[in-house]
Design a protein around this ligand. Structure first.
Ligand code: ATP
Length: 460
């Protein structure tokens, strides 16, 4: 399967099986915006829940916040976003298409002089004409107005990243939790970027969701903290989400590629169907943000060390990943096609703990009330372990299994006449069918309950 073909297959599966739909599809969609459907929202929630558990709940040194999307515009001036959150852009004078200049030049650099040189003979990828304007910068923040008057005094921005309200709440969290350095603040939430060219399905969108954590440290421990959060990101992808290592790569930012605030930056790149691209960033933001906000707000955002009686402005190690990119990476990694029972099938080899549905229960025949009653009873038992237990009695059993394979359901449980005691030695046993191998085994209901409990636990 070619990689581009894989993207088409993922997009099609997402639509067909209710993972992702184009936003406002009945009006033709809106570039850069997507809606998650019934199974998509479950997968999204599972990813967020797992991240939150590992970053916040299982640690004593990271606290959660949930800040507003719209903050005081001064926040984005102090953070450097009003002046510097820009991408380089070129227009085609012939066909009007707009392109990211750095993408077109295939460079990590956003330096306008460098890009002008690199693109001086470039043709427009849309129409092929050599009619591109010189590169210029373009601010990606989305604007709105707060209150009824739409003028400069009411201008506000939809946050371009969640980190902003983490910094502005630094003092609040410190004062209310009495945390000691090092400690972190984490947030999951929507962010908005008016991307020039949203593309590659949910990889580059204009409304995104981020999972971000800022770890406040004494500058002396910057190297150790940086390494440990880099490792955390790698382990999360491989151990927690089961993504194969060969699909991941480290990418260290060169100086001309780093964001305006970063002293060091390493991204994890994932092998998306359109190539190895950024998935998860770990950045050393130094004390850029806290000093900037202290200066702009006139507030003291220092940390006072009770033991040494010293005041310092903490450094910050940031861990930042997009939910949608993680979703796409997980799907691309889990997408499989094989032959089963002489037929080609598609399945998602998702870790059971993140699968949207944990098990599907079905009666072998839907017109036999005793089978249906028993199957409902088994389903109720399984629901005590996990609520995401589906029911399907449509079509033949093979078709039901295939439908669940496509959404990544790790187990199917079938109730047949032997369950009811047709063969007395099999009474009260059911068939447990495994998604990846297609193998089936005969187990008692308590055994199935235990299997599902142990393999779907988030602490695995
Ligand atoms: P890129 O270079 O791909 O534009 P970035 O370096 O601007 O990304 P960051 O500002 O570091 O990204 O944002 C942190 C994370 O948020 C990224 O690693 C990515 O997972 C996610 N992200 C950023 N921009 C987008 C977007 N437009 N669509 C989807 N996810 C995004």
């Amino acid at each position: 399967m070619s990689d581009l073909n894989l993207m088409e297959k993922i997009v099609s599966l997402c639509k067909r099986r209710g993972f992702v739909f184009p936003a406002s599809e009945i009006y033709g969609g809106l570039a850069g915006f997507w809606d998650y459907g019934p199974y998509g929202v479950e997968l999204v929630n599972n990813l967020k829940q797992l991240w939150w558990r590992k970053v916040v709940q299982e640690r004593d040194d990271v606290f959660g916040v949930d800040g507003a999307i719209i903050q005081h515009p001064k926040l984005w001036e102090a953070s450097g976003h009003v002046a510097g959150f820009t991408d380089p852009l070129v227009d085609c004078k012939k066909c009007g298409a707009r392109h990211r200049a750095d993408h077109l030049a295939d460079t990590g650099s956003t330096d306008i002089a460098e890009l002008t040189e690199l693109l001086k003979d470039a043709a427009c990828p849309t129409c092929g004409e050599k009619a591109l304007t010189p590169p210029r910068t373009y601010n990606m923040m989305m604007k709105t107005w707060v209150g009824p008057i739409e003028d400069d005094s009411s201008l506000a921005y939809l946050r371009p990243e969640t980190a902003g309200s983490i910094f502005t709440n630094f003092k609040n969290v410190l004062d209310t939790t009495h945390a000691k350095l090092p400690f972190g603040i984490a947030q999951i939430g929507k962010a908005f970027r008016n991307e020039i060219a949203p593309r590659d399905f949910i990889f580059r969108v204009r409304e995104l969701e981020q999972m971000e954590m800022q770890y406040f440290i004494d500058p002396q421990m910057q190297a150790a903290a940086y390494e440990s959060w880099r490792q955390f990101a790698w382990d999360f992808m491989t151990t927690e989400l089961g993504v194969r290592e060969e699909n991941l790569q480290w990418h260290e930012h060169a100086e001309n590629e780093r964001a305006h605030y970063a002293a060091a930056a390493h991204d994890i790149y994932f092998k998306f169907p359109h190539g190895f691209k950024e998935l998860w960033g770990t950045h050393n933001r130094t004390n850029f943000d806290l000093s900037g906000h202290a200066r702009a707000s006139g507030q003291d955002l220092n940390y006072f060390d009770e033991e040494t009686k010293e005041r310092l402005t903490p450094y910050v190690i940031e861990s930042s990943v997009g939910v949608g990119r993680m979703f796409l990476a997980v799907l691309a990694d889990a997408y499989r096609e094989d032959e089963l029972g002489g037929e080609t099938r598609t399945y998602l080899a998702l870790m059971p703990k993140i699968a949207p549905v944990k098990a599907m229960v079905s009666p072998l025949l839907k017109n036999k009330p005793e089978l249906v009653a028993k199957a409902k009873e088994v389903r109720e038992e399984l629901k005590k372990v996990h609520p995401a237990i589906a029911w399907d009695d449509n079509g033949n059993i093979g078709k039901r299994y295939r439908r669940q394979d496509e959404i990544g359901t790790p187990f199917c449980v079938t109730i047949d006449f032997d369950t009811l005691g047709e063969k007395s030695e099999l009474k009260d046993t059911v068939t447990l069918r495994h998604r990846d191998s297609g193998e089936q085994e005969r187990l008692t209901v308590p055994e199935v309950v235990e299997r599902i409990r142990s393999s779907t636990s988030l602490s695995l």
